[in-house]
Design a protein around this ligand. Structure first.
Ligand code: CA
Length: 526
């Protein structure tokens, strides 16, 4: 009954909404009376919906001014509106959508913001200085793990300006239909991750020898920058091949990898941070372990920061196709040109077909935790997810695994089409060229990536308090009335610049919490 002693509060997202979510920590008991006189008929958990008026059977249940479902029976005012009372609407068709119809005035530029980063030869800027050892096939993963540990123990102490050494391990490379058209997705993903801004243009490969993804196919000549004279004249690609005749015994392989690492470490160690404009930031935003507060606190604050970043000339990528599919009309109308809107539709159609082949649709997205957190279905989840993209026009679209080119797609808000799966989305945003990652969570996840700092934003104060050494920002203060969306948005913007500069570490970096790279492979396995 602790909740009854506090003032009952609900949060309504739009004046037209006929449901709102209960804000109070721990939820509210039946009989609780809100300031407007509404009395709860049922006990309603925190983040779950309450009917603000009587909802007759068949009526649209509105949140974000969007029908998130239709009442399966009469729902009296004050009732708990959970997913079992709602019939989910069908996904909007992909024809007749508004194309680039909203042309907001160009937002005022935000000038004067900088961070200290590592400039790369290709024009990108790193936020960390990391040696990556890339791999052509999963078979070599154990050997690379062993070598990376030795490099960290024995070599890294000699190179104090190098932040870390990571092995880019993955499940691809052999046992796959590599000539299938969709194989281009995992292959270009891996290639583009290898060329991530945080790896300084150093390319070092460990290969097995007999695998399908041969080094020349993985990184063809011309697909990456030659970093120095030595590579230009001697070898186009620095490859340690484990099956090479010269290797006698395991230690010979390990020694070869350590030797190969030395010149890369020397060049990385010679690099220094320098002030660069905030426009060099490429920020990937995503959410995971979402609850009903995601779309109320954390995601709107991220959306506010998205607008600030774009005004500062930076690039922001949002993703998660199944979580934007239900709001496609909100996105096509925000596209800067009809061509960008067409590209959005192309990605949605590709994903619809991909899901259909597996005999599911976008509703397969929601998890038990989402529902426990108050999200009834994918429509409600999508409306809360899209707000991460802020209000600026969408200026570009990337297919899965594609990379920003820095010619044309170099700034603004970009839709990078990816699955919503946290680690697959993160892997694909990494391939697209992100140098910072923002991740919002309501249920809580310890998510992190080895290649790029991940700033985690909690949707509720309860989570931020319990996970005080895992969450970087508490957006729950918005629901508590302690901060505005703008306050938290600015806090995130400033934290991004601090983390980008290496002056602050995220909690995931502090504890070295790294999820695996998980390649999206829609092509067959053999
Ligand atoms: Ca996600």
């Amino acid at each position: 009954m602790e909740a009854a002693r506090v003032t009952p509060l609900f949060i309504r997202m739009h004046d037209a909404d006929n449901v709102a979510i209960v804000a109070n920590n721990g939820g509210l008991p039946a009989g609780a009376v809100f300031a407007n006189g509404l009395t709860l008929v049922d006990r309603v958990p925190q983040g779950h919906k309450v009917a603000l008026i009587d909802l007759p059977q068949g009526s649209a249940v509105l949140r974000y001014n969007v029908p998130i479902g239709y009442a399966l029976k009469d729902i009296p005012a004050g009732s708990w509106v959970h997913e079992r009372l709602l019939d989910m609407p069908a996904a909007r068709g992909l024809v007749g959508l508004p194309m680039a119809t909203v042309q907001p005035p160009a937002p005022a530029p935000l000038e004067g913001y900088t961070f200290d980063g590592y400039r790369n030869a290709d024009g990108t800027v790193g936020t960390r200085n990391i040696l990556a050892i890339t791999t052509t096939v999963q078979c070599v993963a154990g050997v690379v793990d062993f070598a990376v540990k030795r490099i960290k123990d024995e070599l890294l102490p000699r190179y104090p300006h190098v932040d870390d050494v990571v092995g880019l391990e993955h499940s691809y490379g052999c046992g796959v239909a590599i000539d299938a058209p969709d194989a281009i997705i995992p292959i270009r993903t891996l290639r583009n991750i290898t060329l991530s801004p945080n790896f300084g243009g150093e390319v070092m490969v460990v290969s097995l020898g007999c695998e399908k993804l041969q080094p020349e196919r993985f990184l063809p000549p011309g697909s990456f920058a030659i970093v120095d004279e030595r590579q230009q004249t001697e070898a186009a690609l620095d490859v340690v091949c484990l099956q090479a005749d010269k290797h006698v015994g395991f230690m010979s392989m390990i020694d070869s990898i350590l030797q190969a690492a030395v010149p890369h470490l020397e060049r990385l160690n010679a690099r220094r941070r320098e002030p660069v404009p905030a426009s060099a930031l490429v920020v990937g935003v995503q959410c995971g372990g979402s609850d009903a507060f995601s779309g109320v606190t954390a995601n709107p604050a991220v959306g506010f920061a998205t607008d600030l970043l774009v005004r500062a000339g930076a690039t922001v990528m949002f993703s998660e196709t199944t979580e934007v599919r239900d709001g496609i009309d909100q996105l096509t109308c925000r596209a800067s040109t009809p061509e960008v809107a067409e590209a959005m539709i192309r990605e949605m159609a590709w994903y619809d077909a991909y899901l259909k082949k597996g005999q599911v649709d976008r509703s397969a997205n929601t998890t038990p935790g989402n529902k426990q957190g108050g999200l009834s279905n994918i429509v409600e989840k999508a409306m809360g997810s899209i707000v991460k993209s802020g209000s600026v026009p969408i200026t570009g679209v990337l297919s899965p695994g594609e990379k920003l080119t820095h010619k044309g797609l170099s700034s603004g808000l970009v839709y990078a089409a990816t699955p919503a799966s946290d680690f697959i989305c993160g892997t694909l945003q990494l391939a697209a060229g992100m140098n910072l990652h923002v991740f919002t969570t309501g249920r809580g996840t310890p998510y992190g990536l080895a290649a790029v700092p991940v700033i985690k934003v909690a949707t509720r104060t309860d989570l931020a308090t319990r996970w005080h050494d895992l969450m970087d920002i508490n957006a729950g203060r918005i629901a508590d009335g302690q901060a505005s969306i703008a306050d938290v948005g600015w806090e995130l913007f400033h934290l991004l610049l601090e983390v980008a500069s290496g002056r602050k570490k995220t909690w995931a970096e502090h504890w070295k919490l790294h999820n695996a790279l998980v390649l999206f492979n829609p092509a067959p396995i053999t």
